[in-house]
Design a protein around this ligand. Structure first.
Ligand code: CP
Ligand code: NVA
Length: 319
């Protein structure tokens, strides 16, 4: 997948089946042999604009960049959205003169695509209102570690049909997994993401099942994933949403319907006691901190691919 150099990652739909496979393979390689990539992006510069809070995404991108020889500059945009002081095309035309990659966490997905259309350098979506592609890549890397191939795996998402859900659906389809999404009525995934997921799954042997029944979705699953029911920016809806999402809580009763070997997954941060109980989040089936760890390795693979630094320098020549 040499063709990924110079490209953007705004959405999982930016990736073909072989490109997703190549990122996964590289993610496992950088995790096992990090020293081989110690100088892969020497002196390359990343700029990160975040309109929303972050623990994992910020720290894993900065650490990823620093440990492959590059550097990251973080710009806090939590008090003023991108495009307010200066238009996004103008920002893009400045950034491309100094930087090698732009990482954005935004309210509006259009901010990400507008930057990508106007900047000559790669743009990476670090969470928008529509997608969280880096999360989903790390999550399926975690599943590959646990199950080997995820082809044919029964992956279930329970909760809000949100940004994380969208990227997981698309990733599952690209990798040939069977994805079931259980949401309350009126909280399902976006129609165009559903259509795209089905279109991809038709070519990979994967599938998509949508339901409003969490019990049906959990039964026999290999992995059960949930996320908060009120995402960043939706805080004003929290009180209205809480009772609607109550039947979708992942608790020990729901986990008991899945395979005994099933993994419990969550992108974090969790609202403990809301979408998931402490017993499940802290229980033996939970892989949430493996997911968090793999954000680092998956994002290293992503930046290596997009910045054309996937060349490996064996560590014995690297000291
Ligand atoms: N999962 C995730 O993206 O975490 P942060 O919001 O802390 O970056
Ligand atoms: N869906 C959540 C994910 C946070 C990592 C949000 O957008 O706030």
């Amino acid at each position: 997948a040499k063709g990924l150099a110079g490209r953007d990652l705004c959405s999982i739909t930016d990736l073909s089946v072989p490109e997703m496979a190549a990122i996964m393979e590289l993610a496992h390689a950088v995790k096992t042999q990090p020293e081989d990539f110690r100088h892969a992006l020497d002196a390359k510069q990343m700029v990160m604009f975040f309109e929303k809070a972050s623990l994992r995404t910020r720290l894993t991108f900065e650490t990823a960049m620093n440990t492959v020889g590059g550097n990251a500059v973080f710009v806090d945009q939590t008090s003023s959205p991108l495009g307010e002081r200066e238009s996004i095309p103008d920002v893009a035309r400045n950034l491309e003169r100094w930087m090698n990659v732009i990482v954005l966490r935004t309210y509006s997905h259009d901010t990400v695509t507008e930057m990508a259309e106007n900047a000559k350098i790669p743009v990476i979506n670090a969470l928008s209102d529509i997608e969280h592609p880096c999360q989903a890549i790390a999550d399926f890397m975690t599943l590959e570690e646990r199950f080997g191939s995820v082809m044919g795996l029964k992956f279930t998402y329970v909760g809000d049909g949100n940004n994380v859900c969208h990227s997981l659906m698309l990733t599952a389809a690209l990798l040939g997994a069977h994805c079931t999404v259980a949401t309350p009525k009126n909280f399902g995934p976006k129609l165009d993401i559903i259509h795209k997921t089905i279109e991809i799954a038709e070519n990979t042997g994967g599938s998509l099942t949508l339901t409003h029944d969490p019990i049906k979705a959990a039964t026999g699953a290999d992995a059960i994933y949930t996320d908060v029911c009120t995402s960043m920016g939706q805080e004003h809806e929290a009180a209205r949403r809480a009772p609607i999402f109550k039947p979708f809580q992942v608790n020990e009763e729901l986990m008991a319907l899945a395979q005994p070997s099933a993994a419990f997954m969550h992108c974090l941060p969790a609202h403990r006691g809301a979408e998931v109980t402490d017993a499940v989040l802290d229980g033996p089936q939970s892989v949430v901190f493996d997911q968090a760890e793999n954000r680092l390795h998956a994002q290293k693979a992503i930046i290596l691919m997009l910045l054309g630094g996937a060349k490996r320098i064996p560590s014995h020549r690297n000291r």
